[in-house]
Design a protein around this ligand. Structure first.
Ligand code: BGC
Length: 257
């Protein structure tokens, strides 16, 4: 494993499970100290802290619902207090709710947009304020989705949130460049994580989905983590405002039968 993150501190939202967990562990393996936040899954968060501290890196977990601006800001304050600074932010926390468009409730719309988009917006703002104050460069990595491009019927609010992330990535790339803060998105396809437990337990739907993935398998959180560590490192210093797809070819797969 390369050691390209030695001396850095990363904050990962939703680092207690799935893609966030794999990224937190991977960044630590490459030398970063890592703060994660979790909404409910304290057990998972504790496991991540244990697995990171076992590799001699520092780690800390904090409860926060990034759908609340105050919680998100508090997470960054706590991360700085515990680990001295934050250089890298991974906006990973996210959720989706399935419903026909005409059935979507205000409550579900808010739940999705608050975490996926507003959370990303204001946690990034907290990290940018911290970096500007310290006059340090930084790396922001957003976990978006193929659905920042690709329609996902019955998940309209999720798609709206990911489309918003796509545009914020571009907008902030320009606005933050003078401060040497880069921002990029990773857009995973179908990755085996708790967000799609329902699908994983539905053999018919799963088979249909696999048929759409040219590489013929679901992704694993580790498939995403390697790219995140590249984007967190100075090897990616000239990369900003881009989205990288990690989807086994799903997004652009169209075949005429
Ligand atoms: C969603 C999954 C979905 C995958 C591929 C992801 O963004 O969270 O539910 O299976 O995209 O469509």
């Amino acid at each position: 494993m390369p050691n390209r993150l030695t001396g850095t501190v990363a904050a990962v939202t939703g680092g207690d499970q799935g893609i966030g967990r794999a990224i937190a562990e991977r960044l630590a393996q490459e030398g970063a100290d890592v703060a994660i936040c979790y909404r409910k899954n304290k057990k998972g968060a504790d496991e991540v802290v244990d697995s990171i501290t076992a590799t001699k890196r520092r780690a800390a977990a904090f409860q926060a619902d990034v759908g609340s601006v105050a919680d998100g800001q508090r997470f960054i304050e706590q991360a700085v207090e515990a680990l001295g600074k934050v250089d890298i932010l991974v906006n990973n926390a996210g959720l989706e709710k399935r419903a026909d468009f005409w059935e979507v409730t205000e409550e579900d719309f808010d739940a999705v947009l608050n975490v996926n988009l507003k959370g990303m917006f204001f946690v990034t703002q907290a990290v940018v304020r911290h970096l500007r104050q310290a006059r340090r460069s930084g790396k922001i990595i957003n976990i978006s989705s193929v659905h920042e491009e690709l329609p996902f019927p019955h998940f309209a609010s999720y798609c709206a949130s990911k489309g918003g992330i796509k545009m914020l990535t571009r907008n902030l790339a320009i606005e933050l460049a003078p401060d040497r803060i880069t921002i990029n998105s990773i857009a995973p396809g179908a990755i085996e994580t708790p967000i799609n437990t329902k699908l994983l337990n539905d053999p018919v739907k799963l088979k249909e989905l696999l048929g759409n993935i040219p590489l013929g398998r679901l992704g694993k959180p580790e498939d995403v983590a390697g790219l995140a560590s590249f984007l967190a490192s100075d090897e990616s210093d000239y990369v900003t405002g881009s989205t990288f797809f990690v989807d086994g070819g799903l997004l652009w797969n169209y075949q005429e039968q």
